[in-house]
Design a protein around this ligand. Structure first.
Ligand code: ADP
Ligand code: MG
Length: 696
């Protein structure tokens, strides 16, 4: 008998290797499977006669196989399965790559259903790698109707996942609904079990909408509940008053090589105002890439130090941590501040040049971390700051950079380890352009400061989509820039060689640039699988202008500051979301040099080119956000690739209506005397969800 707790291994036809792959997706039980929601649907509700196929549009075709054979392409080193399918109206050519078994599964004369996009092929039409299904009798489930797509791991197919879910879907009524009945009634939401059923096997678009509304509400509601809880707790707690040290602050600002922008001043002013109160600050600082948020944070941290208190700056990557450490040490050189750095692999202090990350064993590593965390006045670090069992000495201000990379739970953890009964002031920073109304809805517990102005002498970054035949010219341009002393970033989508997708791999790209295109120049590479020490070394050399061209995966996406770099070249640009590409572009144009962003793509699809054109036409993150929203809906802009809001799997940030309802319901529930106590299943769910957020 299957139950929700049954392990996936006990579902029929799940072998050990499938179980392993499922585990990679976080699926170990029947329950996990039910909660593994599709992220989109393909609409194959209309059968299209082959003669009526349109290039670029998703379609479902049913026909008979006239011919099928495997071929080997030596040039591309891959197997190609070719087939001709006819439905009486026309014949369609179909090809699949590296799946020779298809020619064994499908035989001449078989009736098949195909789902995919047709494309132009020398005047005729062709389908590349469509989903296919042999029709023996009855209806197809993988290629007809509304077919869900799931996020997958290597070697697991949508087909397998759908097949598995089909086997367990009848257990969905056993899932306990955690939402109070009142709320469900008020907002007319489906029961959870119904929503689960419909999200996996919708009959029509209205099923999808209702299911998503319910599941999206759950997500938004949990976020709001948590925000409201935090807010309530904050309103009951006290923090240390950080007095504004005017003359020292002025001395610092005057020591900078540039003038602060008005927007920076205003944000700093708002923050200093909050810090002076005994009630904990909880503020989000939003400003486009390159708008100078770090400076504002340093002013706040300096004031904490001047009040004999500690400040911490938490960032998402080791590279960024080291960079901030260097910046802070440099800028505060004349202020006698002890600055510490703690990440998984780095422990340093500026004071007496204490560097301790060599030859440590596990014990001394913890010991050194603790020492730095206790002994420094400003501590900069990554998740390590909250992972090891650390607590600060007297933390009065916590700053979180690129806050959308952290969960709410991590904010909380950081604050809890302050080492005093008082709650530290919290400053979160982000470059993600979310409108004010939305930010307040999402982060209901935060106040908002916005830097809506770039430093004055910044020049607009010139962005171009470069066609293949201009590639050489682009390289020559780059050569000239480097001759003038500048540096260049090259971004590639993936590490592994995956030529069948036509994805530029970083190793390949590095080899090509290093050996063939720019043999005379120093070229470095950077990707997430490298050891931190290696990454740091490469970054150092790039910063010191020893490396001229840095080939990198998306690890440089957030925050990295190399003012001398003037060209950002993005390979496979269509594979990144607009927001992410905008972040990449923000890596250049960070000083007086005219900077350039070159976008490369293999895609010829008009919609792809149009989307990239938006990067050419618009230079501010919020304009891009608006545009992308208009064209493609929120999913893409804040899509999974952007990682912006890891909590949201189903809900869209632009479900304003749903968001407001979630907020109202959360406020109401928390305001009730009993609060969450009255709803144990909801409370349990919130706990579960918090844990998940924390693990992200
Ligand atoms: P972000 O907001 O993306 O975190 P940073 O704080 O990293 O931006 O600042 C980007 C660059 O701009 C840094 O090199 C910084 O020194 C510089 N900068 C900051 N404020 C100003 C300013 N007012 N005028 C000129 N340059 C500035
Ligand atoms: Mg930054």
């Amino acid at each position: 008998m299957l139950t929700l707790q049954t392990s996936t291994t006990e579902i029929s036809r799940v072998g050990e290797s499938t179980a392993k792959k499922l585990k990679k997706l976080g699926i170990t039980t029947v329950r996990d499977l039910l909660f593994y929601f599709p992220y989109r649907y393909e609409d194959f509700t209309r059968l299209t006669p082959i003669a009526k196929l349109q290039p670029g549009l998703a379609a479902n075709v049913v026909g008979q196989i006239e011919l099928i054979q495997n071929k080997r392409s030596w040039k591309k080193r891959m197997n190609i399965t070719e087939a001709l399918i006819t439905d009486g109206t026309e014949t369609l050519k179909v090809i699949w790559f590296n799946q020779p078994f298809i020619a064994r599964n499908l035989k001449i004369g078989d009736k098949v259903s195909l789902a995919g996009k047709a494309e132009d092929n020398y005047g005729g039409l062709m389908m590349t790698s469509p989903a296919y299904e042999k029709i023996n009798f009855g209806q197809a489930i993988h290629t007809q109707g509304l077919v869900p797509n799931y996020h997958l791991t290597a070697n697991l197919t949508h087909k397998q996942v759908r097949f598995l879910i089909k086997q367990v879907i009848d257990l969905s009524p056993q899932v306990v609904d955690w939402l109070p009945l009142d709320i469900k009634r008020n907002i007319k939401l489906l029961d959870l079990s119904q929503a689960i059923k419909k999200v996996h096997f919708p009959k029509n678009n209205s099923d999808i909408k209702k299911a998503r509304d319910r599941l999206a509400f759950d997500e938004l509601f949990l976020i709001q509940l948590q925000s409201q809880l935090i807010k309530k707790n904050l309103s009951l707690s006290r923090s240390l008053e950080i007095k504004f040290h005017e003359s020292e602050t002025k001395k610092f600002v005057d020591s900078l090589p540039f003038k602060l922008t008005d927007a920076q001043r205003k944000a700093a002013w708002e923050i200093l105002g909050d810090l002076g109160k005994a009630k904990p600050m909880s503020r989000l600082l939003e400003g486009d890439v390159g708008s100078g948020k770090t400076m504002v944070a340093i002013i706040a941290m300096l004031n904490a130090v001047l009040n004999n208190q500690q400040a911490v700056l938490m960032v998402p990557t080791e590279i960024l941590a080291k960079q901030h450490f260097d910046t802070v040490c440099r800028l505060l050189e004349n202020f006698n501040v002890k600055v510490g750095l703690v990440t998984r692999s780095q422990r340093m202090q500026n004071y007496e040049s204490r560097i301790m990350n060599h030859g440590e064993n596990a014990k001394s590593k913890i010991h050194n971390s603790l020492f730095i965390i206790h002994d420094s006045q400003i501590i900069i670090g990554t998740h390590s700051l909250i992972q090891e069992d650390v607590s600060f000495k007297n933390l009065a201000l916590a700053v979180i950079d690129e806050q959308h990379r952290f969960g709410v739970e991590q904010r909380k953890l950081l604050l809890e380890h302050s080492g005093s009964k008082l709650v530290p002031h919290l400053l979160s920073m982000t470059a993600t352009p979310i409108p004010r109304s939305l930010a307040l809805a999402l982060y209901g517990d935060l106040d908002l400061s916005i830097i809506n102005q770039m430093p004055k002498e910044r020049k607009k970054i010139i962005t171009k989509i470069v066609p293949e035949d201009k590639r050489q010219a682009a390289y020559e341009f780059i050569r000239a820039q480097i001759k003038e002393g500048r540096q260049v970033f090259v971004i590639c989508p993936l590490i592994d060689i995956s030529d069948k997708l036509g994805v530029k791999s970083i190793e390949e790209e590095y080899e090509k640039l290093d050996k063939i295109i720019f043999p005379e120049l120093a070229i470095g590479k950077l990707h997430g699988k490298m050891k931190a020490a290696e990454k740091e070394k490469i970054m150092r050399e790039f910063l010191d202008n020893k490396i001229k061209i840095l080939v990198s995966t998306s690890v440089v996406e957030v925050g990295v500051d190399v003012p001398n770099a003037s060209v950002m070249m993005i390979e496979g640009a269509d594979r990144f979301g607009l927001a992410q590409s905008h972040q990449f572009r923000g890596r250049v144009g960070r000083s007086v040099h005219q900077s350039y962003c070159f976008l490369f793509t293999d895609s010829q699809l008009p919609q792809t080119l149009n989307r990239l054109q938006a990067l050419v036409d618009y230079s501010s993150g919020s304009e891009l956000a608006k545009l992308d929203l208009k064209f493609r809906g929120p999913g893409e802009f804040y899509g999974t690739a952007q990682k912006g809001f890891p909590e949201l799997k189903i809900a869209s940030l632009f479900d304003y209506g749903l968001m407001k309802q979630a907020r109202d319901q959360a406020v109401k529930l928390i305001d009730e005397d009993a609060g969450l106590k009255k709803w144990p299943t909801l409370k349990e769910k919130l706990g579960e969800w918090e844990k998940l957020v924390h693990l992200e």
